[in-house]
Design a protein around this ligand. Structure first.
Ligand code: ADP
Ligand code: ASP
Ligand code: MG
Length: 467
């Protein structure tokens, strides 16, 4: 019995033409003998942002924004369903419209309260996926592919870190194995909402922006059997650079879990950084393919890739909107515990440290965090080291932003001499100034920071080395 989990991203379900491709792809998989298919869907592209705009507008008292968002959503989905739906579209439309009514009512109460909490954001922002799953199931049925929508809020059990919830895997596995197999047995495709989950108490959560990939990996890992996970997106697989920045970027045929994790963590948006962790243990291979060019083989991601491919490196990525925080002072020299206190204090703010830079002496510690956290981190550290600052042991806690982190990825980096020299020479030739060089989080990447304006030039200069 062959089982496949296929995830379709926002653009892949974002227009009538795209959805026609989705139908073709699912049909083809059935024709190719895949008996059990679970499809995980994103919201139509732009919808999650719209929903967020509506709630934040409500918080600011802009009630007309709420109405506009509601209206846009109704029209968007009605157009798709009237074009591609079958006999049961009135039913599907009624259900979808009542969900949108509920959203509008909820936003109205947010506008009365004047506050949109993370919990309120999660209640509303997953609506796009919940509509999309019903829509895709309906159009599949209309194309004679039996299908049933599944709300992951009943299936993916998470903690209550709203906006960035983590799945509780044991409970999730139990629910996946209760809910999905009967759908497969009935000969139906399970169309599951990406992005969303719910706490044990049934309160809606989301797994973080772009996390539908993660949902698909969780479902694949929780099923009793799953042969492969296919991520359908709008490019021909994982590429040697973001094609929007380096148009000559090409598809990477094979990547290892480690390489792709590094790439995703350091900015390759094509895959959510958490996608690998659930499939790691199960050893499920992932394929990344293009909904708009399904013939292209795309990228195959396997547990252990071959590092010695002879290539200099596999890809170059960029993380934008980050800042560098420096704790500096002559009195730090040889004082034990400063690093531990620094990172302890940062951890208490819940900030994600993207990389720690190798300082040239013991007189400073630098690390990079998302732009939105820079001020909080600086304030927290200033309070933490109050006494040391008074005593002049610490001279300065400073921030430099906005910066971009550039990462060059490839397991071969471990084995080849002189790669760093070539990379930094190329960057220097492009006139880009390197601000900090990082201690990589794994052995398959080199990371460094440049100013935000020079980020794209750095990516292009490094990518040119692959030619
Ligand atoms: P989806 O909606 O299908 O999840 P995303 O927009 O999240 O799609 O991710 C796909 C996009 O990721 C591509 O359109 C591309 O611009 C961007 N991207 C960034 N880096 C890479 C890379 N190294 N390889 C492929 N795509 C990349
Ligand atoms: N729709 C969600 C987002 O825009 C999740 C996803 O597309 O993966 O973040
Ligand atoms: Mg995505």
């Amino acid at each position: 019995m062959k089982t496949l989990v296929m995830k379709f991203g926002g653009t892949s379900v974002g227009s009538i033409d795209a959805i026609k491709n989705v139908i073709q792809i699912v049909r083809q998989a059935r024709r190719d003998g895949v008996e059990q298919i679970a499809v995980v869907v994103s919201a139509m592209s732009g919808v999650t942002d719209k929903l967020k705009t509506g709630v934040l507008g409500a918080e600011a008292g802009a009630t007309d924004t709420i109405q506009q968002v509601g209206q846009t959503l109704r029209e968007k989905h009605e157009t798709v369903l009237r074009t591609l739906g079958g006999d049961d579209i009135e039913l599907a439309l009624a259900e979808i419209n009542s969900m949108i009514d509920d959203y509008v009512r909820f936003c109205d109460s947010v506008s009365v309260l004047g506050e949109a909490t993370p919990r309120a954001l999660d209640y509303t922002m997953g609506l796009g996926e919940r509509i999309s799953a019903r829509q895709i199931a309906a159009v599949l049925r209309a194309a004679d592919v039996p299908a049933q929508a599944v709300d992951a809020t009943h299936m993916i059990v998470t903690d209550d870190r709203f906006q960035n919830a983590a799945p509780l895997m044991d409970q999730t596995r139990r629910r996946v194995r209760e809910i999905i197999p009967p759908i497969f047995k009935a000969g139906e495709v399970a169309v599951i909402t990406g992005f969303v989950g719910a706490t044990e108490q049934g309160i809606n959560t989301t797994l973080g922006r772009g996390a539908s990939d993660y949902t698909a990996a969780i479902v694949a890992a929780c099923l009793e059997e799953c042969d492969e996970l296919w991520i359908w997106t709008d490019v021909d697989g994982v590429m040697s650079a973001d094609p929007r920045v380096a148009p000559e970027a090409s598809t990477i045929d094979v990547l290892s879990y480690r390489e792709v994790s590094e790439l995703a963590y350091y900015g390759a948006k094509v895959l959510h950084p958490k996608t690998i962790s659930p499939v790691l243990e199960a050893g499920i291979s992932i394929r990344v393919k293009n909904t708009f060019n399904p013939e292209h083989p795309g990228t195959l991601i396997v547990p252990n890739g071959d590092a010695r491919t002879g290539q200099l490196f596999k890809a170059v990525t960029a993380v934008r909107d980050v800042g560098l925080v420096t704790v500096e002072g002559k009195g730090m020299l040889g004082v034990p515990g400063i690093a531990a206190r620094t990172f302890g204090a940062v951890a208490r703010t819940g900030t994600n440290v993207l990389l720690i830079s190798q300082a040239s002496s013991e007189q400073s510690i630098c690390f990079m965090v998302p732009m939105g956290s820079v001020q909080t981190v600086v304030d927290t550290l200033t309070a933490e080291f109050d006494r040391e600052i008074d005593r002049r042991d610490i001279d300065r806690i400073a921030a430099l932003a906005p910066l971009t982190i550039i990462t060059v990825v490839g397991a071969g980096i471990l084995y080849m001499r002189g790669i760093a020299a070539k990379i930094f020479a190329a960057v220097a030739d492009a006139g880009v100034n390197v601000i900090a060089i990082a201690q990589g989080s794994s052995e398959c990447g080199i990371s460094f920071a440049v100013s935000a304006e020079e980020g794209d030039a750095a990516v292009r200069a490094i990518h040119a080395l692959t030619k």
